[in-house]
Design a protein around this ligand. Sequence first.
Ligand SMILES: Cc1cc2nc3c(=O)[nH]c(=O)nc-3n(C[C@H](O)[C@H](O)[C@H](O)COP(=O)(O)OP(=O)(O)OC[C@H]3O[C@@H](n4cnc5c(N)ncnc54)[C@H](O)[C@@H]3O)c2cc1C
Length: 326
Amino acid sequence: MEILIVGAGLTGLVAAQALHRRNLSALVVEKGRLVGGRLATRGLGAGQADTGAQFITARTPAFQHMLAEWEARGLAYLWSHGWADAAGQPQVDGHARYAVHGGMQSLARELAQASAVQINVKISALSPVRDGWQVMDTQGRIYAARAVLLTAPVPQALTFLETGRTPVHAADLDLLRGFSYTTCLTGLFLLDRPSRLPEPGAIQTVSPKVMWAADNQRKGISPGGAVLTVHASPEFSSANYDAPEAEVLAALLHEVKPWLGPAQVAEARLKRWRYAQPNQTHSEASLTARGIPPLVFAGDAFGGPRLEGAALSGLAAAAALANLLH
Ligand SMILES: Cc1cc2nc3c(=O)[nH]c(=O)nc-3n(C[C@H](O)[C@H](O)[C@H](O)COP(=O)(O)OP(=O)(O)OC[C@H]3O[C@@H](n4cnc5c(N)ncnc54)[C@H](O)[C@@H]3O)c2cc1C
């Protein structure tokens, strides 16, 4: 195999497709049991909720093109042109926000169809060999590749590079150690009837503790029941990251209570995102490690925050790998 891609989030999946178009073979390996990474949707009762990314925006022609293609294929649809504010007033700014039929994870599942992807594979070590890399996973399986693309959040990638003693140049290591991410605590609440969240079923910046609340039924991805996604603010998330689940859920529910009307919570779950959004963006959309066989880093920390940055980074990484290998 020519390229091993670590991580089946949007960055890795977009990169795999772009490499395929350049006639380079790639295998994507993903530690989770589902593809998508932060493109995630989970079921709750008869309903479901997007638990990570909530909507897609496109600011660059390259990503507008990709999004238009997803829309044409019936994957993405226009959700709104703005959210309500904390007072429930619509704030329409003209920018289009898209959602994904069936939830965000469906987009990842669909993109993964076109590539070779293995789930439940957690990479744990990377060693340079004469013609590329020998890569090992936590089950002791070995993969050989001419080049490796790392799309895991940078601290996760550094963990196995450092424990596996991969000879990454000191200057690259210094740079990579500088990346940090916000955390996010996400409450999911199954309601016994629709919420009273204002149109279009979502509020941005609910309070200092809650930065987002959305009703997934009103969004159009949960016909079986009203499930709220409530994202805590970065400040609340970092201060309460390890707090007991019941305590965090009660605090988040308290913040959105005014928008529930007579609805009662039938079930609640907490998702803790350790690497939610990068605190800084690298100056280039991908990073090629120096002095070792082809090793490229990519992800939203390189291409820019949000799904758009991840997709652009995937494209940039594929171009960098094609240059290195041809
Ligand atoms: C709560 C939240 C809300 C967000 N809201 C929005 C939004 O509304 N709009 C928007 O545009 N963006 C949003 N984002 C950001 C967006 O989700 C990310 O920018 C994007 O999904 C990042 O994609 P990625 O492929 O770079 O990383 P990820 O999706 O994190 O993918 C990396 C993958 O690598 C895998 N991995 C890690 N280590 C290993 C290993 N050792 N071996 C194998 N696999 C490994 C992980 O399991 C993961 O699947 C949000 C993110 C969060 C968390």
